[in-house]
Ligand binder design. Structure first.
Ligand SMILES: Nc1ncnc2c1ncn2[C@@H]1O[C@H](COP(=O)(O)OP(=O)(O)OP(=O)(O)O)[C@@H](O)[C@H]1O
Length: 224
């Protein structure tokens, strides 16, 4: 088992009250699985993804990652868990507009102080895999939506994370671009990466091995 959530409770402050978003939620994820999470707007999908990625904490329950109890870590240790193991792809990309494609993808590797030569070959390899080598020197603002999404995926996978968490990764893309992004996810899955994808889109969830629906603060298994 790579990741296990047991009896997770999460609430947010809403005025004077606290609103419960997740209640006694359980999830088991095995290494190399691809999982889709569906559910109505506002039901807590991004909150769950942020918990899985160690971005936010929760009040009750336990989260185990590869034998480590993430719930017991300090904020710094949780950041370390995130840096080492997790990559995020979000709908609005969060790319740096004032840098070119190469520099955006290289960023996570510079952050872990990888030697320059290794960074260059690793970034080139990923750009090649995602067929964006030709955009290498272009500014992010000059790219199409599909190209930006590929850059965001390249930046996410460049440090070879164990888990890729994607929040509506094809939300704003046309059908053809969506299909090419799904092919990239299929390839990552075949290479053994664990994928957890939040999506409203049936064509995205049909590419995943397991589909869950977040409903009434819990995950219900839809199919495999
Ligand atoms: N930091 C926060 N403080 C207070 N409330 C929050 C916070 N983050 C999320 N919420 C609330 O928690 C609920 C779940 O939000 P979340 O973004 O997880 O839903 P979602 O299922 O991803 O929605 P969507 O599909 O619309 O993106 C919403 O009611 C939201 O307003």
């Amino acid at each position: 088992m790579l990741l296990e959530l047991s009896r997770i409770n999460k609430s947010f402050k809403n005025g004077k009250n606290r609103e419960k978003i997740l209640e006694n939620l359980n999830l088991k994820v095995f290494k190399g699985e691809s999982i889709a999470i569906k559910g109505k707007s506002g039901c807590g999908k991004s909150t769950l993804l942020n918990i899985l990625g160690g971005l936010i904490s929760f009040e009750e329950g336990e989260m185990m990652f590869d034998g480590t109890n993430i719930s017991k870590l300090t904020a710094n240790e949780r950041a370390e868990y995130r840096r080492k193991n997790v990559a995020f792809v979000t709908q609005n990309f969060h790319l740096l507009d004032d840098r070119n494609v190469f520099d955006n993808i290289a960023l996570p590797l510079q952050y872990i102080r990888m030697p320059k030569k290794e960074i260059k070959s690793r970034v080139e390899e990923v750009m090649c895999d995602l067929e964006i080598q030709h955009t290498m020197k272009r500014n992010i603002l000059t790219l199409s939506g599909g190209e930006r999404q590929r850059v965001a995926i390249a930046r996410a996978i460049v440090k070879e994370p164990s888990i890729l968490l994607a929040d509506e990764p094809t939300g704003s893309l046309d059908e053809k671009t969506e299909e090419s992004i799904l092919t990239i996810f299929d390839e990552l899955h075949h290479k053994g990466m664990t994928l957890i994808i939040v999506t409203h889109d049936d064509s995205v969830s049909s590419h995943c091995q397991h589909v869950y629906e977040l409903h009434h603060k819990k995950l219900n298994y839809v199919n495999s």
